[in-house]
Design a protein around this ligand. Structure first.
Ligand code: NDP
Ligand SMILES: O=C1O[C@H](COP(=O)(O)O)[C@@H](O)[C@H](O)[C@H]1O
Length: 490
């Protein structure tokens, strides 16, 4: 029987309740946690948007969406009915100064209950919404606010968003979500590193030749072209998700698992990333955009066709970066980051490549060994070692893999990382959310890359959908004598 960490009763107010994120991710995640018994019938989920719905009509609409996005759960009519009964809808234009906030007030009668405001709207509304909540006296002593990404599109705009929200909520009540920190495999980096002293002893430039962090997607920009063409892969994936994963891999042991201990260590890594000059960007950053190609046997269109604006675009759908971390632990170990759309397969993984023997005694030593932390599509750990090849004739070595799959090892499974994060805000645990200084340090490191691109100093390289990005991506590692870890992915 799984241990259930049940929350105290709470009121969760979702701004942007008719949007894509709420119906596809947030409400299905709540339904699953309700099914797991993490909260009960005494909880209210108050859903807010401008669209005209009564609570009854909204519940009917969400019932249909849950059948689409959590069909296994929604098939249980009793569970679904009980969950739907927790939803209330309040129609409100949060930016209209004349709007009537009284219905929201009435829906939140008890200031002693835990109150979470989840802002699943465009980030440009965050400060307005927080100001309105303050004016209407809705920010109770136990109130928290969860902010969706992106927090800004540059250092200056991130500061604006942070200051806008920070005027009304103290930093410890602000939960900036990064769904990669909700992934099992990412959280497991902490366990792997700090519950296994033997690994931690190896965890430095002395034993590790390089680290690869890949977030490869097969999807294109889909229906999100408007947003994506403004953002691009660097802002969409690297500034937040990939840098957070890098921090988890590279940070020193925190004093405890308390939020600020963890976040202090991550911040040190971000501040230690080698700053990029325009020359370094030219040499260490690849930017690409997909063209039409063939993916898993199907012809797929290129980025510009997907965008469908009739214009060319200068936005990258692929980035690869070679960087270093200026610390005693890592100084000599390159970190390679890579993310892109319409790549050969969907895979998020970290590869820790170990250094070779300084004096090899075997004539045919294959790879010097690596640890692969696979995060998506399935959580897996694989330790590739050299073992004796049992064939006759001398002592030859080949690689073999020790592996562990979460699916086989554990019966508990979360469908989505939102499931792991939504209730942390209720429990008052911001450890897996991003602190303001982390967001700003990430932007500070990313900005010179954006600036170099803005000046047109690096080309946007085409890559055919279904591959692994522009050919220069290989050259980025080849100059260190390294190869991307692709053989096990496809
Ligand atoms: N969708 C996704 O997969 C992801 C989304 N995000 C982030 O989550 C946020 C929401 O994204 P998404 O759901 O895709 O966006 P949508 O455009 O689908 O939804 C926006 C929501 O905001 C509501 N809204 C807009 N203006 C107001 C207003 N003035 N007052 C009250 N409600 C308003 C809209 O409802 P109505 O028109 O009825 O008012 C709608 O419910 C964004 O910050 C996005 O970057 C982050 C990661 C992934
Ligand atoms: O935040 C985002 O993440 C997704 C990729 O998430 P994953 O959990 O499927 O790896 C990406 O598709 C999207 O563009 C980005 O905004």
């Amino acid at each position: 029987m799984a241990l259930v960490n049940r929350t105290a009763p709470f009121d969760y107010v979702i701004f942007g309740a008719t949007g894509d994120l709420t119906r596809r991710k947030l409400l299905p995640a709540f339904l699953r946690r309700f099914h797991a018994g993490e909260f009960g019938h005494d909880v209210r989920l108050i859903c807010i948007a401008r669209s005209e719905y009564t609570t009854e009509a909204f519940r009917a609409y969400i019932r249909g969406e849950l059948h689409k996005f959590a069909p296994d759960m929604a098939a249980d009519q009793e569970l679904l009915g009980n969950f739907i009964a927790l939803l209330d809808y309040v129609q409100l234009d949060a930016t209209d100064p004349e709007a009537n906030w009284q219905p929201l007030h009435e829906a939140l009668p008890d200031p002693e209950r835990i109150r979470v405001f989840y802002l699943a709207t465009a980030p440009s509304l965050y400060a307005h919404i927080c100001a309105a909540l303050a004016t209407r006296d809705l920010i109770s002593p136990h109130a928290r606010v969860v902010l969706e990404k992106p927090i800004g599109t540059s250092l200056a705009t991130a500061r604006e968003v942070n200051s806008g929200v920070g005027r009304f909520f103290p930093e410890e009540s602000i939960y900036r979500i990064d769904h990669y920190l909700g992934k099992e495999g990412v959280q497991n980096i902490l366990a792997l590193r700090f519950a296994n002293p033997v690994l931690e002893k190896l965890w430095s430039a002395e034993a590790i030749e390089h680290v690869q962090i890949t977030a490869a997607e097969t999807v294109g920009i889909g229906g999100r072209g408007g947003y994506y063409d403004e953002a691009g892969a660097l802002r969409d994936m690297v500034q937040n998700h990939l840098l957070q994963v890098l921090c988890m891999v590279a940070m020193d042991a925190p004093a405890s698992l308390r939020a600020d201990d963890l976040r202090n260590e991550k911040l040190k890594v971000l501040n230690a990333l080698r700053p990029m000059t325009p020359d370094m960007v030219r040499q260490n950053v690849i930017r690409g955009q997909y063209t039409a190609g063939r993916l898993k046997g199907t012809d797929v269109p290129g980025y510009v066709q997907d965008l469908d604006t009739g214009r060319a675009s200068n936005t990258e759908s692929f980035v690869a970066i070679r960087t270093k971390i200026r610390t005693a632990r890592w100084g000599n170990t390159p970190f390679y980051l890579r993310t892109g759309k319409r790549l050969a397969t969907k895979a998020t993984e970290i590869v820790i490549q170990f250094r070779p023997q300084p004096w090899p005694i075997f004539t045919n030593m294959p790879s010097s060994g690596r640890l692969v932390i696979r995060i998506d599509p399935h959580g897996e750990l694989a330790l590739v070692l050299g073992v004796r090849d049992p064939g006759a004739g001398g002592l030859r070595v080949r690689n073999a893999t020790l592996s562990m799959s979460y699916e086989h090892e554990f019966s508990i499974s979360y469908q989505d990382s939102y499931e792991r994060l939504l209730l942390d805000a209720v429990r008052g645990d911001p450890a897996l959310f991003i602190r303001r200084d982390e967001v700003e340090a990430s932007w500070k490191w990313v900005e010179p890359i954006l600036e170099t691109w803005r000046q047109g100093l690096t080309p946007l390289e085409p890559y055919a959908a279904g591959g692994w990005g522009p050919p220069s991506t290989r050259a980025l590692l080849a100059r260190d004598g390294a190869l991307w870890h692709e053989d096990m992915l496809t």
